[in-house]
Design a protein around this ligand. Structure first.
Ligand code: PMP
Length: 449
C-alpha cells in the first residue's frame, strides 16, 4: 500500500519514503525542496495549494505554446484513437512522414532527411555516430574526434556528455567516456583578450581554431556548435565566429553539426537560429520546442552530403530506439509547427523579446547586483554580480536564494552559474511580459547582496 500523504510530507518537510530520484540530484531531494506542481494553463502553473506561478522557464525550455493547448491536445487524441504506435524499424506511417516534411519546411533548405529520436541528448548521440561513420564510409575510419566549445551543453547521454563543455569537470566519476573531444574557446567577444572591438577585431578565436584543426586534421570528424551557449548564461556567439567555423569546415571538408535543441523552433525568433547567418551545416540537432514539450521527442536532420554517403549497402546507421518517431509525439509536432506558422510566432518572439530586454534593462540595471542583460528573442540572461566592477558573480547559493524568492512572489525562472535565465513561452503577450518584469522589479527592490 502507498503510505505517502502529500500534505503531511509538505508540512513535515521530509519523507524517507519519497519514491522519486530527481535528475541532477542526490537521493534526498523530496517534496520539501521543490514546488509540487499539479496544473498548467497557458503560461501559468499551479501548485498543490492552487498557488499560481508565471512560468518563465517554459517547463524545461520546451513548452513554447503553453499548457492546455487545445490544438496539440486534439491532434494527440485523434492520433491516439487512430493508432498510438508504429515501429519505424520496418514500417512507415503518414503521421511520421508529415511530421518530417513539416520540420524540413522550416529548416535551412539544404536539409534533406529527418531521423527521429526521443530527446535532445539522443539527437547529439546520433549526430556523433553519423559524423564518425561518415568518415569510415569515405575511407578515413581514423577521423573520430569531435571539436566542441568550452561552455557548451549537449545533454547527458554518454556521447553527448563527452562533448559538453560545461560537464567536463563532473565526468571523472562516470568515465570512461566513449570518445575524446577537443574543446575550444571562441565567439564570446566580451571575454576575448584581443584588444580590438568586435566586429573589427582580428578574429583570433577563428585563427586559433584553424590552427587546432590543421594540427589534428587526420583525426577530426567534425565540429559541433551550440550557437548560443544557453546553459552557460546565454552567451551569444559572434557572427564572425559562427561564420568562421562554417568557413573552416568548408575549407577542410569537416562536418559541421549545429545543436539547435535549445534555440530551434523559434526560441530566438528564427525558426532555426543559424538561418540568421545563412549557414547550411551538414547536421542539425533538435529537441525541446519540436512539439512544444508535450511528449518526448527529438530529431536530427542531415543534408545531401550525408544522405549520399549513407546510401550504399554499407551505409546502415547503428541507431534506433523503440519510441523514436512515436506517433503521438509526431502528432504534437505537426500541431505545434502548424501553430508556430499560423500564429506567426517568430514575429511575436522578436517583438516580445525586444520588449522584455528593454524592460529588464530599464528597470533592473540600476540594481547593484544586476550586470548585463543579454540574449536573443525570448532567451535572455540577467547576469548577477556581488560587485559589478570587480566582475565577481553572486554565488550559486545566492542565485538559488533569488530564484526561491521569485518563486514565492509567483515567478518561475531558470538559473545559470552567473545569473537568472529568463525564457517566457513564445505565446507571451505584452501584459504577460510586463507582469513578469513587475515581479522581478519588485523582488530586486527588496533584496541586495
Ligand atoms: N543540447 C542543448 C543545447 C540543450 O540545451 C539540451 C537540454 N537542455 C540538450 C542538448 C539535451 O536535451 P535533452 O535534455 O532533451 O536530452
Amino acid at each position: 500500500m502507498n503510505t505517502l500523504n502529500l500534505r503531511t510530507v509538505i508540512d513535515t518537510g521530509s519523507d524517507v519514503n519519497y519514491p522519486v530520484w530527481h535528475p541532477f540530484s542526490n537521493t534526498t531531494r523530496n517534496y520539501f525542496s521543490m514546488l509540487n506542481i499539479t496544473k498548467g494553463e497557458g503560461i501559468y502553473l499551479y501548485d498543490i495549494n492552487n498557488r499560481k506561478y508565471l512560468d518563465a522557464s517554459s517547463g524545461l525550455w520546451n513548452i513554447s505554446l503553453g499548457y492546455g493547448n487545445k490544438k496539440i491536445e486534439d491532434y494527440i487524441l485523434k492520433q491516439l484513437n487512430r493508432l498510438p504506435y508504429c515501429s519505424l524499424f520496418d514500417y512507415t506511417n503518414p503521421t511520421v512522414v508529415l511530421a518530417a516534411s513539416k520540420i524540413l519546411s522550416i529548416l535551412p533548405p539544404n536539409m534533406k532527411k529527418i531521423f527521429f529520436t526521443c530527446s535532445g541528448s539522443e539527437s547529439i548521440e546520433l549526430s556523433i555516430k553519423i559524423m564518425r561513420k561518415f568518415w569510415a564510409l569515405n575511407g578515413h575510419p581514423e577521423k573520430k574526434l569531435i571539436v566542441s566549445l568550452n561552455g557548451s551543453y549537449h545533454g547527458t547521454y554518454y556521447g553527448s556528455i563527452s562533448i559538453s563543455g560545461i560537464e567536463q569537470e563532473f565526468v571523472n566519476d562516470i568515465s570512461p567516456l566513449p570518445g575524446e573531444a577537443i574543446f575550444i574557446n571562441g565567439g564570446i567577444c566580451r571575454k576575448c583578450k584581443c584588444s580590438n572591438e568586435y566586429p573589427s577585431c582580428d578574429s583570433n578565436c577563428v585563427y586559433n581554431l584553424e590552427e587546432i584543426i590543421k594540427k589534428n586534421i587526420d583525426k577530426i570528424a567534425g565540429i559541433v556548435i551550440e550557437p548560443i551557449l544557453a546553459s552557460k548564461g546565454v552567451e551569444v556567439l559572434s557572427e564572425k565566429f559562427i561564420t568562421g567555423v562554417y568557413n573552416i569546415c568548408q575549407k577542410y571538408q569537416l562536418l559541421l553539426a549545429i545543436d539547435e535543441v535549445a534555440v530551434g523552433f523559434f526560441r530566438t525568433g528564427e525558426s532555426f537560429y543559424i538561418k540568421k547567418y545563412g549557414i547550411e551545416p551538414d547536421i542539425i540537432c533538435m529537441g525541446k520546442g519540436i512539439n512544444s514539450g508535450y511528449l518526448p521527442m527529438g530529431a536530427v536532420s542531415v543534408n545531401s552530403r550525408i544522405v549520399e554517403a549513407y546510401s550504399s549497402t554499407d551505409g546502415v546507421i547503428t541507431h534506433g530506439s523503440t519510441q523514436g518517431g512515436n506517433l503521438l509525439s509526431c502528432a504534437a509536432c505537426i500541431a505545434s509547427i502548424e501553430q508556430y506558422e499560423v500564429m506567426n510566432i517568430g514575429a511575436n518572439v522578436k517583438a516580445m523579446g525586444d520588449h522584455l530586454k528593454k524592460q529588464l534593462s530599464d528597470r533592473l540595471l540600476y540594481h547593484p547586483n544586476v550586470g548585463e542583460i543579454r540574449g536573443e528573442g525570448l532567451l535572455l540572461e540577467v547576469e548577477l554580480f556581488i560587485n559589478k566592477n570587480s566582475g565577481e558573480h553572486l554565488t550559486t547559493e545566492q542565485i538559488c536564494t533569488i530564484q526561491e524568492i521569485l518563486k514565492n512572489n509567483g515567478l518561475i525562472v531558470y538559473r545559470s552559474d552567473v545569473g537568472l535565465t529568463i525564457l517566457p513561452m513564445l505565446i507571451a503577450d505584452k501584459d504577460n511580459i510586463n507582469n513578469l518584469v513587475d515581479i522581478l522589479d519588485y523582488t530586486f527592490k527588496h533584496i541586495s547582496f
